[in-house]
Design a binder for this molecule. Sequence first.
Ligand code: ARG
Length: 461
Amino acid sequence: MAEKKKLWGGRFSQGTDEFVEDFTESISFDKNLALYDIKGSIAHAKMLGKQGIIPKEDAEKIVEGLKEIENEIKEDKFQWKKELEDVHMNIEKALIEKIGDIGGKLHTGRSRNDQVITAFRLYLKDETQNIINLLRDLQKTLLQKAKETVDIVMPAYTHLQRAQPIRLAHYFLAYLEMFHRDEERFKDTLKRIDQMPLGSGALAGVDFPLDREFTAKELGFSEVMRNSLDATASRDVIAEFLADAAICMSNLSRMSEDFIIWNSAEFSFIELPDKLTTGSSIMPQKKNPDVLELIRGKVGRVYGDLVALLTIIKGLPMAYNRDLQEDKEPVFDAVKTVKGSIIGMIKIIEGLKPKKEEMEKAAGGFALATDLANYLVRKGIPFRQAHHIVGQIVGYLTSQDRELESITLDELKKFSPLFEEDALSILNPYYVADARKTYGGTAKERVLEQIQYWENQFKGD
Ligand code: ARG
């Protein structure tokens, strides 16, 4: 098999087996981190020069060289080489080829172990902020949709059985709350991502007088990590990011499921725009909600990404182990999937058209039964007894294939003499929804309050 010499090849008498090269390379995916790696290297080189650890002119040449490489990468002119293993070695080798032996000074007081996690954290800082921004857009889209749907009632479900009428806006505001918590989770995680490992060396710290505060400032990190073993060995923050992503996907997936059901002929609660649906190759009548199905399906990936990372870090001895190279692909996959899914959901929410009449119709009928029972409660009947009486009414009507609204006052009186004329006015989904005036409830005035609350929250944006 072919054998080749490496940057670290000093103590080796044989080149690397080609299988090992293929099996251990990470350049095929960690080139995603290239610009962050260069950023980290530029800050490190400046710091080495400032501290007199390498001559200032050398540091300047290194920075120049790195900037040229950065441009080559941006213009897609850079030649990535698998035999150079990973993004860090590829860039370092290119630097040495560009500016000569001086390039070899860049790695002074640094190890790939602190280098890789520095680049990864810089990348994650950006992507976490991107996800936070998208989640914010999603919340604003939901708020807009809520404003448009205050005057539509629909049945809300428990056990996928019609339960009680709500205002459709109340539904959108519920998801707004959930995606707001997702945003907060990512923001909280961001605080812990925003800590700089660089300057920890391979694991124990570095025997040159580094100025870590300086590098942190250059790179825009809020803090310097306190412990070099922790800095190089830990990936719990990455797991936290993936957990945030997994939870966010679960929320997106639940919402997708609702819309898929609502879009079915059986429910027919919403119309999805043509441009966001796809046809069937065999059944001409079909308009499939593929975007929603794929958001629901892609959750599997992101849960997998989280479980993969948790499994990778479980049982790793202190400190760095090569296993940690496997931390990247799950994150790249999760970032791509979460961003795509949020964008897809924004488009769906913007484009969906509620069918007011269908929703209204479904919101009436036996979904109003609780309120009829509560009518009796207000007249002094214990709730359990009232529940029983209304249960009998439901049974009576069902056996005659009749809806609740069709009942007459005379009939009601047969079940309880306490029913009077005003009992009939309850049998209206808008009336019933608006009776739920408790804080957080679905009454119009409460829904409008919630809308106002979120408008205030987003005011500064
Ligand atoms: N490609 C490696 C990774 O992703 C970089 C660190 C390699 N360190 C080492 N000691 N071999 O983790």
